[in-house]
Write a protein that binds this ligand. Structure first.
Ligand code: NDP
Ligand code: 5RP
Length: 489
C-alpha cells in the first residue's frame, strides 16, 4: 500500500489551511491541486464526500491537501480571515453552497465564486453577503481542466480589500507570461464574471469561425478531415496561432476506433451550450452593443441542435443548390478571412465590456483583458499581445478596429473575406459568423445607411419622428394628411 492509497482523514489541525475549495469536479479538483502544488495549505470539500476523499487519496502527495467532510469542517480547517473558493455548478448549486456557508462564516471572511456565474447573480450575492460582513469575489476562471491545474487565466471582480486577501493566491496559481500573472483585479462585484462571460462569447465566435473554415475546406475544397487538420496545424504557426486552432488540428486528425474513419464524422452535429454565450448576447441587447459575430455563433449552436426542424426544412426545400458548382477559394483566403473575422469578434466583445463597465461604473481597464487572456484561457492566441499593445497605445479608440494596427490588418484582409463569403454563398455553405462580420464591417464603413428609410417608416406608421441631416430638431411628416413636414415638440 502506498501513501497515496491511505484513507484520507479529516483535518486534525483547525485553522491550518490557507484556502478552502468546495466543488471537486474537474475544475475545483485541479484548482485545489494547483494551489497545493504551489505550496499553499488547502482544504478540499465536495457535496459528495467520496470525490473529495479521492482527491486527497490520489493527489495528497502533491502538497498540503486536507479533507473536509462537510462545510463545517472546511470552515474549521481555515485560518482567519477564511478564504473559501466555490467551484460548483453555476446557478442554484452556487446559491445552495453559499446559503449553507454564510451562517458558518464570520465578518471579514472571503467567499470567492470561481464558477461561471451570471454577473447579475454575482452582484446580488456580493450585496447579500455584505449584509453579513462577508466579503465576496466573483472570479472568472478559464482554461478548462488542464488550465485549472497548470495555470488558468483568472478574471476576478472584487472590492480592493477583498482582492488583497484572495488576489495574491490567485495570481500565483494563474498562468504567467513574461513573469506577469494572467490575473488582475478587473473591477468590483460583477465585473469579473461579466468579463468571463464576454470571454466565453468570444470563445463561441472563435469556435464557430474555425468550424466555418473547416466546413468550407470540406465542402468547397473537397478536403478530408486529415487534410484540413494539416492546414490548421500549419496555421497554428501563423498569425492565427491559438489554443483553439491547435486543438482543432488534433480533433480533426483523430480517428474513430469503431469505424476507423475520422472521429469528427461520427460526432453528432448538434453543438450544446451552458449559457455564457446566450448571456453575452442578452447583455449586448440590453446595452445596445452589436456583437453580431458572437450572436451568430450562439444562434448557430441553437440551430444545429434543432434537429427536427432541420430535417423538416431539408425535406421540404431539398439540399441541392441549383446555382451550380461552388466556387473554390485558396486556403490562404480562408486564413485571412478567419483572422479578420477573429479581430472583429474580439473588437465586438471588448465594445461590450466597455459598455457594461460604463453602465455599472466598474472602471474596467480594457487593455488589461487581452493581457490576462494571453495565456491560460481557451481564447489564448498570438493576436492578444497585439491587441494589448494597440489598446495601451490608443486607450480612447472607440473600437479596436479604429486603432492603426487593426484598421490596417482588417483592411488588408477584407478582399479575402469578401471572396470567401461570396464563394460560400454561391456554394450554399452556411457561414453565419463570417458573413455577419463582413456585413458589420461594411455597415460601419458606409457613408450612409438605410437606417434613414427605417426612420421614415417609423414616422409613417407611428409618428415616431426623425432627425434631419441639414438642421437640428425632430420632425414629423403628416403622412395621412397633406404630407407637409412639421417640427415636432
Ligand atoms: N468545465 C470547464 O471547462 C469550466 C467550468 N467552469 C465553471 O466552473 C464550475 C465547476 O465546473 P465543473 O468542474 O465542470 O463542474 P460542474 O459544473 O459539472 O459542477 C459539478 C460540481 O458542482 C457540485 N454541485 C452541483 N450542485 C450542487 C449543489 N446543489 N450543492 C453543492 N454542490 C453542488 C457537484 O457536487 P457533487 O459532486 O456532489 O454532485 C460538483 O462538485 C462551474 O460553474 C462551471 O461553469 C469554468 C471554466 C471552465
Ligand atoms: O467556461 C468555459 C470555457 O471557458 C466552459 O468550458 C464552458 O462550459 C464553455 O461554455 P459552453 O459549455 O457553453 O460551450
Amino acid at each position: 500500500m502506498t501513501d497515496s492509497d491511505a484513507a484520507p482523514t479529516p483535518s486534525t489541525s483547525p485553522g491550518h489551511a490557507q484556502v478552502g475549495v468546495t466543488g471537486m469536479a474537474v475544475m475545483g479538483r485541479n484548482l485545489a491541486r494547483n494551489f497545493a502544488r504551489h505550496g499553499f495549505r488547502v482544504a478540499v470539500h465536495n457535496r459528495t464526500t467520496s470525490k473529495a476523499e479521492a482527491v486527497v487519496r490520489e493527489f495528497g502527495h502533491e502538497g498540503d491537501l486536507t479533507l473536509a467532510r462537510s462545510l463545517e469542517e472546511l470552515v474549521a480547517a481555515l485560518e482567519r480571515p477564511r478564504r473559501v473558493i466555490v467551484m460548483v455548478a453555476a446557478g442554484p448549486g452556487t446559491d445552495a453552497v453559499i446559503d449553507e456557508l454564510v451562517p458558518l462564516l464570520d465578518p471579514g471572511d472571503v467567499v470567492a465564486d470561481a464558477g461561471n456565474a451570471h454577473w447579475r447573480d454575482t452582484v446580488r450575492r456580493h450585496d447579500a453577503l455584505a449584509e453579513h460582513g462577508i466579503r465576496f469575489a466573483g472570479v472568472g476562471v478559464s482554461g478548462g481542466e488542464v488550465g485549472a491545474l497548470e495555470g488558468p487565466s483568472v478574471m476576478p471582480g472584487a472590492d480592493a480589500d477583498t482582492y488583497a486577501e484572495i488576489g495574491p493566491f490567485l495570481e500565483v496559481v494563474s498562468a504567467h507570461v513574461d513573469d506577469e500573472p494572467c490575473c488582475t483585479l478587473v473591477g468590483p462585484d460583477g465585473a469579473g464574471h461579466f468579463v468571463k462571460m464576454v470571454h466565453n462569447g468570444i470563445e463561441y465566435a472563435d469556435m464557430q469561425l474555425i468550424a466555418e473554415g473547416y466546413d468550407l475546406m470540406r465542402r468547397l475544397l473537397g478536403m478530408e478531415p486529415a487534410a484540413a487538420a494539416e492546414v490548421f496545424r500549419e496555421w497554428d504557426g501563423t498569425e492565427l496561432e491559438s489554443y483553439l486552432v491547435g486543438i482543432t488540428a488534433e480533433v480533426l486528425a483523430q480517428s474513430d476506433a469503431g469505424t476507423a474513419g475520422p472521429l469528427v464524422d461520427v460526432i453528432r452535429d448538434a453543438a450544446e451550450q451552458k449559457g455564457t454565450g446566450r448571456w453575452t448576447v442578452q447583455s449586448a441587447l440590453d446595452l445596445g452593443v452589436p456583437v453580431t459575430g458572437i450572436a451568430e455563433a450562439t444562434m448557430a449552436r441553437a440551430l444545429s441542435g434543432d434537429t427536427a426542424r432541420r430535417a423538416a426544412v431539408r425535406d421540404a426545400l431539398g439540399d441541392q443548390d441549383p446555382a451550380g458548382p461552388p466556387a473554390r477559394v485558396p486556403t490562404d483566403d480562408l486564413r485571412q478571412a478567419l483572422y479578420a473575422a477573429k479581430v472583429v469578434s474580439y473588437a465586438q466583445g471588448l465594445d461590450l465590456v466597455r459598455a457594461g463597465s460604463a453602465e455599472q461604473c466598474w472602471d474596467v481597464e480594457l487593455a488589461e483583458l487581452p493581457r490576462i487572456w494571453r495565456d491560460g484561457c481557451i481564447i489564448r492566441a498570438r493576436l492578444l499581445a497585439d491587441i494589448t499593445e494597440a489598446l495601451e497605445r490608443h486607450p480612447d479608440a472607440p473600437s479596436l478596429l479604429a486603432t492603426p494596427t487593426f484598421a490596417r490588418a482588417v483592411t488588408e484582409r477584407l478582399p479575402a473575406l469578401r471572396r470567401v463569403v461570396g464563394a460560400a454563398v454561391q456554394g450554399g455553405v452556411p457561414v453565419p459568423v463570417l458573413s455577419a462580420v463582413l456585413a458589420y464591417l461594411d455597415a460601419l464603413r458606409a457613408e450612409r445607411l438605410p437606417a434613414a428609410l427605417v426612420q421614415g417608416l417609423r414616422d409613417y406608421f407611428g409618428a415616431h419622428t426623425y432627425e434631419r441631416v441639414d438642421r437640428p430638431g425632430s420632425f414629423h411628416t403628416a403622412w395621412a394628411a397633406d404630407r407637409t413636414e412639421v417640427e415636432a415638440g
